[in-house]
Design a binder for this molecule. Sequence first.
Ligand code: P1T
Length: 408
Amino acid sequence: MDFATRAIHAGQDADPTTGATIVPIYATSTYTQAAVGEHKGFDYSRVANPTRSALETQLAALEEAEHCVAFASGLGAETAIAGLLSAGDHVVVSDDTYGGTYRLFTRVLERFGIASTFVDMTDAEAVRAAIVPATKMLWIETPTNPMLRIIDIAAMASLAAPDRLVVVDNTFCTPYFQSPLALGADIVIHSATKYIGGHSDAIGGAAMTNDGAIAENLRFLAKTLGAVLSPFEAFLISRGAKTLAVRMREHERNAHAVATFLSERDDVSEVLYPGLPSHPQYELARAQMSGSGGIVSVRLRGPESRALEFAKRTRLFSLAESLGGVESLINHPGRMTHGSIPKDERERRGITDGLLRLSVGIESARDLIADLRQALDATRTAAGVLLAGDPPNPSRIPTTQSAGAPTA
Ligand code: P1T
């Protein structure tokens, strides 16, 4: 079956007790047993719940994986995967990951004796050099968040094999645009909060694998660590996932239009989008992904105050953490999603104070571009940006803005 059909039908059999066409929200913590141990496959909802199981079947089908375990969040899934490791183990992690992933490795796993080395995984030699005998896992995010660098999954898998697990965070591409398991990954993880759910109304995560032993271990870790997905969230995520194919096509179309518009502006210094021929790994992106996704990162010309002011002035792009919903969002990674990474580390990765990340939604591209244009035009003068050729502006008043502590 094709992707769009799997998205709607996998795991979505009519309810066996009532015939309900849509899988119901089984809001139950426990299940009545006919006799001790005699039940219908469910005994306690931390272990399994029919609404969650239906979602797991649906998401496994989307990744073309044999197994899927759903979690309470993307980070819940990451924590369970980290539970496959033991003290003394070492992980090589791509150096441009979501800030929360960095925080998990550096602030928690490190204390449990699991060491990590962050490496620019676009450099195979650097990865090879970072692998030591204790290395048990390679942790890849591609495209990376927020720099949208592309990591060659197949090349990493051949570096890792046969002794090390390859984990790929496929949140940005979704299985619609990228199939890491087919490229040699052992485990795929998702923040289902993002494109899979797609409507910014649920937090969830998932891990998929074709390895039965890993799947069994992840189920054991899910029930033991306890970060399981509630039936309500499972229902919302499942409903969202049914339209994943349609949404991803629209996200990509709009992101392409937005990236093209931004790259033509003389008050924008850099546009990062894997679908632009100017992207340094354009060819790899085309080979590895069947589409470029809906995230565009952009560096505005001018001081940080301009980027902050711009993020305040967009009307359709809400200033918010997260990504992948139908509505467009704008985020300042340095102060928001990646605020847990020390400033010098951030800057080494290219997450400078002027960088903004756009999650391009599925509104009309024309409206989105008009919104960006008005915010660019307004800040071009408000922030007193001096462009090459502009006469010096004596009335330039730099804007100041306070930014709260990173929240996610
Ligand atoms: O938020 P949660 O569902 O726990 O997922 C964590 C996570 C994992 N992997 C990637 C690539 C992510 O982007 C995230 C969460 N990211 C954001 C909240 C963000 O705005 O980037």
